[in-house]
Design a binder for this molecule. Structure first.
Ligand code: BGC
Ligand code: ZN
Length: 367
């Protein structure tokens, strides 16, 4: 069957190749699920992998099948699988467990081992192919009624985790009632986080570079009831003056410099969550004395959040469902750039490299 792969560590090597169709029996104890792939989304991580800044092949292979955002339909299940059945729509988690205590309790998203295994990213083949098999433990059912937005399940899981982690960590304050949240960046993570924070009834500013006029990202932000703010002509301090200092910031610009600039504006007792995976080597000068003093005196918190486990997928999918009901015809607007079949994989990279493009995904098959 067809697959799209790269040679990790060598830039610009994306190619189509033939791989074997996986067998249900390759997963032991009757726990296998065979899924026909319908759509695979790509994001900045795929771009970094293609540019050899990130990612690794499975041991023994010199290629990595890409694709970590998958939506598919179950074709066959092992005899011990009961939470999905043939014909169900599903997404699939990305990380696979290592050996730390977190991995053994289903929290590979917070593994304490240096090495992590991620399908389509690091040491495990991905989903940009026609079929995949995995353990039922990683297969998440998706409501068929919402199948048009199924390919957003994985990014939604990443947002659900980032927000959940902030709320969990803020238990340190005994009482935390955030009022204002900022989302830095209006890519898929920024926009889905915006929606989830609005579903939690916060005042949300979604802050990005491009001006609002004629900008789909601004349109979607406002349809969720958040404010879209362009930093073209205003600094973060200006935004803080106008909308108030944020109690919570979700940083999702892909630019590590912004992560540190955010440290200047966070409110007292606030939480700053970093989610951008930046494979580069940018260096940034910061006002360390000022920030250090303010952060100590203000009891502020910064945390990193990566990936999403089974439970975060369920939360992300629940948010997509509630968001679809609360903001009709809005979430699907994220799905801007479909690619028609794996044969057209060469269209992927130019679109991924264009920062004005919101979401690129490949339609692989129909149900
Ligand atoms: C993926 C996550 C993954 C992270 C780090 C992101 O693009 O969506 O699932 O954990 O990259 O590799
Ligand atoms: Zn991703």
């Amino acid at each position: 069957m067809k697959a799209i792969a790269v040679h990790p560590g060598k830039a610009h090597t994306m190619h189509m190749r033939d791989i074997e169709k996986p067998e249900l029996a390759s997963i032991p104890h009757g726990r296998g699920v065979l899924v026909k792939v319908l759509q695979v989304g790509v994001d900045a991580t795929d771009l970094e992998i293609s540019e050899a800044q990130y990612g690794a092949s499975p041991q023994g292979d010199d290629f990595l099948v890409i694709g970590h955002e998958v939506f598919g339909i179950v074709e066959e299940v092992g005899d011990k699988v009961d939470h999905v059945k043939p014909g169900d729509f599903v997404a699939c988690t990305v990380r696979r467990p290592g050996k730390s205590i977190y991995d053994t309790i289903g929290r590979s998203d917070i593994t304490s081992e240096e090495t992590y295994y991620e399908r389509g990213i690091n040491l495990r083949h991905g989903f940009m192919t026609e079929y995949f098999v995995d353990d039922a433990e990683f297969i998440v059912k998706f409501p068929g009624q919402l199948k048009e937005i199924g390919v957003l399940a994985e990014p939604a899981s990443v947002c659900a985790k980032a927000i959940e982690q902030a709320y969990a960590a803020q238990q340190r304050l005994q009482v935390w009632e955030p009022k204002t949240a900022w989302v830095m960046g209006a890519g898929q993570i920024g926009l889905l986080a915006t929606m989830m924070l609005k579903l939690r009834r916060l005042n949300v500013c979604t802050i990005a570079r491009s001006p609002a006029a004629g900008n789909l990202k601004a349109e979607i932000t406002e349809a969720f009831g958040a404010h879209y703010v362009s930093t073209k002509n205003s600094s973060l301090e200006d935004v803080a003056k106008e909308y108030g200092r944020p109690d919570l910031i979700i940083e999702a610009t892909g630019n590590s410099m912004i992560a540190f600039q955010c440290m200047n504006v966070l409110n007292l007792n606030g939480a700053l969550v970093l989610t951008s995976v930046t494979g580069g080597s940018r260096q940034t000068e910061i006002e360390s004395d000022k920030i250090n003093l303010e952060w100590v005196l203000g009891n502020k918190l910064m945390l990193g959040s990566v990936n999403g486990n089974f439970r975060h997928f369920q939360e992300g999918i629940a948010a997509l469902a509630l968001g679809s009901a609360m903001y009709p015809d809005t979430i699907e607007k994220l799905l801007t750039h479909p690619i028609d079949g794996m044969d057209n994989y060469k269209e992927l990279l130019p679109l991924l490299a264009d920062s004005s493009v919101l979401k690129v995904f490949v339609n692989i098959a129909t149900a």
